[in-house]
Design a protein around this ligand. Structure first.
Ligand code: HMG
Ligand code: MG
Length: 313
């Protein structure tokens, strides 16, 4: 018996899955926004460069939010001014309001993401707005961004449960998501901010969003892995026709304004599953794992990604 080849899953295709998946890498934004120590801009720049070299085509780079609300990303201008943009890679940033859009435009950004909430409490805690007021804040942002030729993604948070309000109705998610999309956004990312979703619920929520008129090709999923469900939920979404999946290298992350939110689905864990299923991502798993192992030394704690630990632990 030959030695097992470590580091590569056996490739076995399964029916009903896409040929290719776009990974929307959020490590530099969702991953680092929750770090207790502010990560130096040089480390962020190297992180982004290494992620691009590993083949990731979408790197959510930072947020133009209020620096007092998220001090970890207060260096957004400096980061973008020093970033070595790689051809063919997109670098979206989060923008909540017109002040954020002004800053993003001044920094030369071409792709932005607004981020709404499916629940009243989280709209208040994350945006200092009521659920209804959030739309008034986003509308001029999307209109101006589109007029400038920018691409706009819309996030909805708390799509599968809210730590203050409990259950969230799929119809509520569809109503909020549909309203954000009707402003002129190109993609809707459904956020499981606190990682409580299970696969049947993914079917229900994606189904409600599609029934509200958003094509499944415009739907992305954004799972946090708090309860270990993120990969199962991703597989459920792929079977429904979703082809864009958000994840963060090394499983970094959380949301500073959502109690009990832990890291996102780890990109390595996602790539392992997609490689095994023979689904193309363009990502070099080995280079990616090296990047997260390096980042773990910078953050001074081991990566929570199972794949990173299995390959470099
Ligand atoms: P506010 O305090 O209501 O702001 O915050 P305001 O509109 O009342 O303005 C107050 C002052 O802040 C003004 O200055 C503004 O100019 C300034 P003054 O005139 O008093 O001198 N200001 C800004 N300065 C810099 N950049 C800005 C900006 N906006 C206002 N963009 C606000 C409202 C939305 C700004 C605030 O609540 C905020 O920044 N929130 C962001 C919170 C955040 O980033 N959360 C994490 C991202 S969401 C997430 O992680 C979930 C996701 O991953 C999906 C999932 O997992 O579900 C996306
Ligand atoms: Mg998130």
């Amino acid at each position: 018996m030959g030695a097992r080849e470590v580091g590569l899953p056996a490739e076995v295709r399964a029916d009903g899955l896409p040929e290719r998946v776009t990974i929307w890498e959020v490590g530099a934004r969702d991953g680092l926004q929750n770090e207790s120590a502010v990560v130096p801009v040089e480390v962020k720049l190297e992180f982004l460069a290494r992620l691009a070299a590993a083949g990731l085509g979408v790197l959510e780079a930072t947020s133009f939010v209020h620096p007092k609300w998220v001090p970890q990303l207060a260096d957004a201008e400096e980061l973008l001014s020093r970033l070595d943009f790689v051809d063919g890679v997109r670098y979206p940033v989060l923008v909540p309001n017109e002040r954020g859009l002004d800053r993003a435009l001044a920094a030369g950004v071409r792709h932005i993401a607004i981020f709404g909430s499916a629940t009243e409490t989280f709209a208040n805690r994350n945006l200092n707005r009521t659920l209804d007021e959030q739309f008034a804040m986003f509308e001029p942002v999307v209109a101006r961004a589109r007029a400038e030729g920018l691409d706009v993604r819309a996030y909805v948070s708390m799509c599968f449960g809210d730590p203050w309000e409990g259950a969230v109705a799929a119809e509520q998610v569809a109503a909020v998501g549909g309203r954000l999309m009707s402003m002129g956004c190109s993609q809707l990312s459904l956020g499981d901010t606190i990682g409580v979703a299970t696969p049947g619920q993914v079917e229900a929520v994606v189904g409600a969003v599609v029934a509200a008129g958003v094509p499944v090709s415009d739907v992305a999923v954004h799972f946090h892995d708090t309860y270990g469900q993120a990969l199962s939920n991703t597989l459920a979404a792929l079977r429904l026709g979703v082809t864009t999946v958000d994840s963060s290298a090394g499983g970094l992350g959380g949301c500073p304004y959502a109690e009990s939110a832990t890291g996102n689905l780890a990109t390595e864990d996602l790539v392992w599953m997609l490689d095994g299923l023979g689904i193309e991502t363009g990502v070099d798993l080995d280079l990616l794992v090296d990047t997260s192992a390096w980042m773990a030394t910078k953050l001074d704690r081991p990566s929570p990604s199972r794949v990173v630990r299995a390959l470099r632990g």
